[in-house]
Design a binder for this molecule. Structure first.
Ligand code: NAD
Ligand code: MG
Length: 396
């Protein structure tokens, strides 16, 4: 029986994780659930899964939850704050940690899970983008297991030979082909992008996801973050990773071997597949995902990404090539810009402009420690805020 902590349990990946877990009650037991604000959903999850702990950000929210659970037949301890989050990610009793908090907020608990040698199921790509080398080193030094949940990286993991991680040079791998749908604006006119709404940006054609990653998919910053994620997860130079637009999201990514073979992983676009894969690895379990019907699907299309339409993709490529703090500041500026777009304080096309401004106006070299990473992240957020305020004042 594996004890599982789900960080970000109330989000899109968190909910899918609990769905998969509930299909294998003989294998998995929920140890802790964490959430930010969605307490009604968290309460329902507590009543269903009876975790030992539930953690929310804010003590006031925790008090509300405790009051609401009074009289219910559960012994869940309700905690709050960053320390509690790290504690439930590293508790001795925990085997697996699903890292499904969105954004930089997930960095410390995800690192805590790696430090304490857990199987880390990594959905929270921002944590890896921010801490790259440090994160991978932490995993190695503490004998943690790192299994990718991001559908592309989970696909690549499945397509690579087992020998890849012990001897990549002799594994026969030539390059990786990372696929992306191109999001809701793949065919929109370039002039219309200035005025698209958050609602339009969040209406992804194939996936049902949280708002932040949905906007990232619309700008293709998501693919940029995934490029960086792939470089770290698979120790690859970015030049060995091709990005291909595949609008149907059926091929989740591919590995090209030196003999010309291309191995792909296919399936319906449903996160329960990579989640079930990583939870059960190296075994397989039921996920609840419908079989892929090739006849109904019928077509698989591919095209090259258009950098004029998706400048964020270029910004991410520049950041990983530059190294140092560039990925940290890219991610932080993106988080601020996406939040401003979602609250209608920034136009869609200004997301890339904000990030470019931050990258051009901030030079930080060393990010070797967690403190330096958090410092670079904070500085980039400040510069992004300044730029957005500047835009607002020019408008009024
Ligand atoms: P979501 O917005 O639906 O859920 C985010 C979760 O994190 C929620 O439980 C929320 O309560 C929690 N959270 C948010 N801010 C927090 C904070 N400051 N402190 C603590 N908890 C906080 O997001 P999602 O779509 O489930 O994505 C989660 C992560 O997984 C992201 O990093 C995303 O890039 C990655 N991911 C998601 C998908 C998908 O299909 N949704 C696919 C691949 C990767
Ligand atoms: Mg993905």
């Amino acid at each position: 029986m594996k004890q599982v902590t789900v960080l970000g349990a109330t989000g899109s990946v968190g909910v899918s994780t609990l769905d998969v877990i509930s299909r294998s009650p003989d294998r998995f037991k929920v140890f802790a659930l964490t959430a930010n604000q969605s307490i009604a959903r968290l309460e329902k999850q507590i009543l269903q899964h009876h975790p030992l702990y539930a953690v929310v950000q804010d003590e006031q929210v925790a008090a509300l939850l405790r009051a609401s659970l009074k009289g219910a037949r559960v012994n869940t301890k309700i905690l709050s704050g960053a320390k509690a989050l790290a504690q439930v990610a590293s508790d001795d009793a925990v085997d697996y940690v699903m890292a499904a908090i969105v954004g930089a907020a997930g960095l410390l608990p995800t690192l805590a899970a790696a430090q304490s040698g857990k199987r880390v199921l990594l959905a929270n790509k921002e944590a890896l983008v921010m801490s790259g080398d440090l994160f991978m080193r932490t995993v190695m030094e503490n004998n943690a297991e790192l299994l990718p949940i991001d559908s592309e990286h989970n696909a690549i993991f499945q397509c690579l030979p087992r020998t890849y991680f012990s001897d990549p040079e002799n594994s026969g791998i030539k390059k990786i082909i990372l696929t992306g749908s191109g999001g809701p604006f793949r065919l929109a006119s370039l002039s219309s992008l200035k005025t698209v709404t958050p609602e339009q940006a969040c209406a992804h054609p194939n996936w049902n996801m949280g708002k932040k990653i949905s906007v990232d998919s619309a700008t293709m910053m998501n693919k940029g973050l995934e490029l960086i994620e792939a470089c770290y997860l698979f120790s690859l130079d970015p030049r060995l990773i091709d990005i291909v637009i595949h609008p149907q999201s059926i091929i989740h990514s591919m590995a090209q071997y030196i003999d010309g073979s291309v191995v792909a992983q296919l399936g319906n676009p449903d996160m329960r597949t990579p989640i079930a894969h990583a939870l059960a690895w190296p075994e397989r379990i039921e996920s609840g995902v419908a079989d892929l019907d090739m006849i109904v699907q019928a077509r698989l299309d591919f095209e090259a990404p258009d950098y004029q339409r998706f400048p964020c993709l270029k910004l991410a490529q520049d950041a990983i090539r530059l190294g140092g703090a560039a990925s940290v500041t890219l991610n932080a500026a993106n988080e601020i810009a996406v939040a401003a777009f979602l609250s209608s304080d920034l136009a869609f096309t200004q997301i890339a402009q904000t990030i470019a401004y931050v990258q051009d106006n901030l030079s930080i070299n060393t990010v070797d420690t967690v403190d330096q990473i958090i410092d670079a992240d904070n500085k980039a957020r400040d510069v992004a805020h300044e730029y957005i305020q500047q835009i607002a004042s020019e408008k009024s």
